[in-house]
Write a protein that binds this ligand. Structure first.
Ligand SMILES: Nc1ncnc2c1ncn2[C@@H]1O[C@H](COP(=O)(O)OP(=O)(O)OP(=O)(O)O)[C@@H](O)[C@H]1O
Ligand SMILES: [Mg+2]
Length: 253
């Protein structure tokens, strides 16, 4: 595979716990790849190892074929790897537009994932244009000047999506981006994901518990359980798979 994310025999340990156990997967651009599994399966940990928040015990991470396993987080972001977090991470007192503009500049770890480092006017114009486009894609134009804290959960999730889209990444790791949304909001969210992947040829690796969304938007699925890859295949095959049903779908769907 040339374009997108590839994880090869990745193992991540927290002390004695093997949180990700020899997992390999591919998430090419132009596709939405699902990564599902029960709570504690290792999904977020795989994201953390992919974007540089944690160091794997062994294995490799590649972006567009390039080995990025040892690169710092900010460098991976510059190379086009964007990542969203499981909890909503918006600045409530800033406007929707300001939150989205932050997506273009700077990526930090932990409790301050985003920072603003605008300097030149031309850069400011680029940032504004990227934010405008992302706001339109996510249908948020009418909320642009409202404080992010005043929006519903559904719209706040869309602001997060707009922010990562404004970042100009070509590979996105989205960690439960639709959690807290009702069925109708999830459907809209899924339609936006499908649209941007088709229009921009970006890749998405999607961690999501909302099975209807996963099954409707993903081209291919990986299922983790206790850190191990339990299954990979199409959503249709996943639904039919006895092991997947037993581990996950049977209880969560
Ligand atoms: N920083 C950490 N230190 C120690 N153990 C951790 C740490 N982060 C996660 N774990 C453990 O690693 C395992 C995998 O956790 P992880 O958060 O990756 O799961 P997940 O699949 O994202 O779960 P969820 O669906 O609940 O978000 C769990 O057993 C968890 O308790
Ligand atoms: Mg998680």
């Amino acid at each position: 595979m040339t374009s997108g994310l590839a994880v090869e025999s990745l193992t991540v340990r927290y002390g004695g716990l093997v949180a990700v156990d020899d997992v390999s997967l591919e998430a090419p651009t132009g596709r939405i790849t699902g990564l599902i599994g029960p709570n504690g399966a290792g999904k977020t940990t795989l994201f953390n190892a992919s974007n540089g928040l944690v160091r794997p015990a062994s294995g490799r991470v590649r972006l567009d074929g390039r080995d990025i396993t040892r690169l710092p987080l900010a460098r991976r972001a510059q190379l086009g790897l964007g990542r969203s977090f499981q909890r909503i991470e918006l600045f409530n007192s800033l406007s929707v537009r300001q939150n989205v503009e932050l997506g273009r500049e700077g990526v930090l770890a932990g409790s301050m994932p985003w920072r603003q480092l605008f300097s030149r006017r031309s850069e400011q114009r680029t940032v504004a244009a990227a934010a405008d486009e992302a706001l339109v894609v996510c249908g948020l134009e009418t909320f642009a000047d409202r404080p992010a804290g005043a929006l519903s959960t559904g719209n706040r999730r869309l602001v997060e999506l707009a922010r990562i889209l404004a970042g100009g990444f070509h590979m996105l790791l989205l960690d439960e981006p639709s959690s807290g949304l009702d069925d109708r909001e999830s459907e809209r969210f899924g339609a936006i994901l499908t649209h941007v992947v088709r229009e921009r040829e970006i890749g998405i690796l999607l961690v999501e518990h909302h099975m209807e969304l996963v099954l409707s938007v993903c081209h291919y699925l990986y299922v983790l359980d206790f850190g191990k890859l339990l299954f990979e295949g199409t959503p249709q095959d996943a639904v039919r798979s006895e092991v997947v049903r037993a581990a996950y779908l049977g209880t969560a769907a």
